[in-house]
Design a protein around this ligand. Structure first.
Ligand SMILES: [Zn+2]
Length: 292
């Protein structure tokens, strides 16, 4: 059963907004579709948690895509989420080798390396928004915190955690975001600064308190504003796959029909495969001609 939920709070005399999320089931469902090494699981789990919380800042029908393009072995990571709590993810190199850092933890920074974080938002009645920044650590949470400061001028702390046992089972996944509101006082900033010195492991906090109680532990006046379930769900469909085929050149489509006699379109996000017979491909070619 899906227990994953996202929580939105106001805290510190309404000077601070806090988001928290549990995304263990989201990650488990993703891993059913896409085979990932432990390090890739941690990286995509972190990014999907962040995307869910950032999409929680949007309005109905708005969407957000978080992408990391890097020179590290993971190459590219994406997570797309909407304000209704659905998310999907993509890892370019999901089977990359496990690597541990000096603390015996999976070394996400090494897997990600140097690169760019991009945030694209599809907004209602507004032009799409795109912001980006260089990765500062490759640990994902710090990179997104930096992005908020640089690109959106909103002082924000992002904390993300995925805990995987030595046997490879996912113990938990989730995180929290602390965002300073424009009215935030010097005391609010100081409180958060002191707080962060005490937070060492997001996974441990999640294990101990869960995503809702965790925020009450951080802020004793935290007031829950809203909470809703979150889930992994891919928006791909046979219709989307047909449109991908239609965008091919006529000559390429004809070559597929005449030489392969069939086609397979694989969704980059969930790995679902859509198969097309020669007859179906001929029909797609015909439709493409009619629409031209
Ligand atoms: Zn899909």
């Amino acid at each position: 059963m899906n227990q994953d939920k996202l929580y939105k709070f106001l805290a510190f005399n309404n000077e601070i907004r806090v988001y928290s999320v549990e995304s263990k089931e989201v990650l488990l469902k993703y891993l059913k579709h896409v085979e990932c090494s432990p390090i890739a699981s941690v990286a995509i789990g972190r990014l999907m948690s962040a995307a869910l919380m950032m999409a929680g800042m949007l309005k109905d029908d708005e969407k957000l895509l978080l992408s990391i393009d890097s020179d590290g072995p993971i190459q590219s990571l994406k997570a797309e989420a909407d304000a209704y709590g659905t998310v999907r993810g993509f890892v370019k190199n999901p089977l990359l080798d496990v690597s541990y850092n000096e603390f015996g933890r999976l070394d996400v920074a090494k897997a990600v390396g140097h690169g760019i974080l991009t945030v694209k938002k599809q907004l209602n009645l507004k032009e799409p928004f795109t912001g980006s920044c260089e990765l500062v650590s490759g640990e994902i949470a710090e990179d997104i915190s930096y992005y908020f400061g640089i690109s959106e001028q909103t002082p924000t702390v992002v904390a993300l955690g995925v805990n995987i046992s030595k046997e490879g089972t996912i113990d938990n996944s989730g995180g929290f975001i602390i965002q300073m509101l424009p009215n935030a006082s010097e005391e609010a900033y100081q409180y958060v600064e002191e707080l962060l010195k005490k937070v060492t492991s997001v996974s441990e906090l999640l294990n101990k308190f869960g995503p809702e109680q965790l925020v009450h532990e951080l802020f004793n006046d935290a007031t829950l504003v809203e909470s809703y379930p979150v889930r992994f769900q891919c928006s791909c469909s046979r219709r989307v796959a047909i449109n991908i085929l239609k965008r091919l050149e006529y000559s390429d489509l004809e070559t597929i029909i005449n030489e392969d006699h069939k086609a397979e379109v694989t969704c980059n996000f969930c790995n679902r495969k859509y198969h097309f017979t020669e007859e179906e491909l001929k029909q797609i070619l015909e439709e493409k001609r009619c629409e031209a």
